[in-house]
Design a protein around this ligand. Sequence first.
Ligand code: G6P
Length: 487
Amino acid sequence: RTQMRGDQVIVVSNREPYMHERGAGGIEIRRPASGLVTAVEPVMRACSGTWIAHGSGSADREVVDRHDHVALPPGHDEYLLRRIWLTPEQEQGYYYGFANEGLWPLCHVAHVRPVFRESDWEHYKRVNRLFADAVVAEARSEDPVILVQDYHFALVPAMVRERLPRATILSFWHIPWPNPESFGICPWRAEILEGMLGSTIMGFHTQFHCKNFMETVDRYLEARIEHEHSTITFHGDPTFVEAYPISIEWPLPEQARTWPSVGQCRSELMERLDIPRDHRIAVGVDRFDYTKGILERLHAVERMLEKYPEWQKRFTFVQVAAPSRGALEEYRLFQQRIAAQVDRINDRFGRPGAPVIRLLAQHHEHDEVTKLYRAADVCLVTSLHDGMNLVCKEFIAARDDERGVLILSRFAGAARELTEALIVNPYHVEETADALFHALTMPPGEQRERMASLRSTVHEFNVYRWAGRMLSDAARLRLRQRVSTRV
Ligand code: G6P
């Protein structure tokens, strides 16, 4: 907060920090399942300012004032939320089409082929323009600090730069950046890169993504690349490219004090799902997305039960899968495939009334997920590819008893930091099955050692550190800009 004292902060993201939904009891507030929201919301509470996002809750329109600002729910009044409304065609083309059928599979190596439609691209450009206009309308000075979030808004930085040349634009790409050959198949690769280079800072989760980005620019644009300064200069404007590993808010002791005890969480879960008392529990918590490696995880559970039959009557796997992007066929087919695999494995290993896998394909609020993490012996995060992945960090934060084992994919950005987890290649079923067995049989002393070390990493490198580093780099660049314009 001190970094930007007095400067106006504006955040732009597609997903809003909370949605108003019409439920049985009237209008309810829901926090969406999104790593981006998990990370950026506490930062906005600390910085205040305005958050601009797509209004997508079923009751969102009922709670806005005439400037499309939201009537703030209690506990969220540190910042303003401005909602942007899209037509169904715009949402289809920009969000489902170009962002989620084009850029999402383009940037994640999950072997799903991207789809590029000219009409989606037109919508993407138009919606980026709408958001850029909203930023300009919200700006109270010629040099606000603008935080542009994710692959939905690659064009916004350059669009804002045109109108507010002195703005400080910090863009963060929450998903991986692929190598130049992979990115090069996008028909509008140059426009996307030019759009992003309107940023003062372009942030990614890892050095590897930064390197891929710089090589991609080098390949497809006439720009000056200075690797030693991590800077790209395009049309005379510099962009600083840097890795800022994202994280979570570390729970304050008073928050953690309201959590039910681990024992209570465990017995509640066992009761609710009718899990036998002598079972060990592993959990997975994801959006229902093909990049998350849910299918491979199920195969690993199956293989573990086959290879170590002594666990067949003593183990339950609970998978929470929050429905996501369900209007896309790829996602619907994926959900069906998973459900079929769960049935098949339950037929093979479950007993009547005691299935070995529980698939909970619905939205869960944050508190419920925390209880699930606390109830578990093992948490499986086996993404095929993931920018960072915050589920693993939330699991760690929830385990103040220093117990529980994390199994983590080497293809999640988090694997670079969380080296005391059991790191696996999710494509290697045998390896993941063995890691699960190892986790189930790990002595408490070793669990504690690993968990204590993981906890100190996440505690130290929490989301305030992520935002703080980005904002202090921005403050340095801003100062340099002020000095150079005075000369
Ligand atoms: C990823 C993206 C976020 C997105 C989230 C949920 O974490 O990086 O930008 O919000 O997935 O996806 P959704 O499409 O539901 O917003």
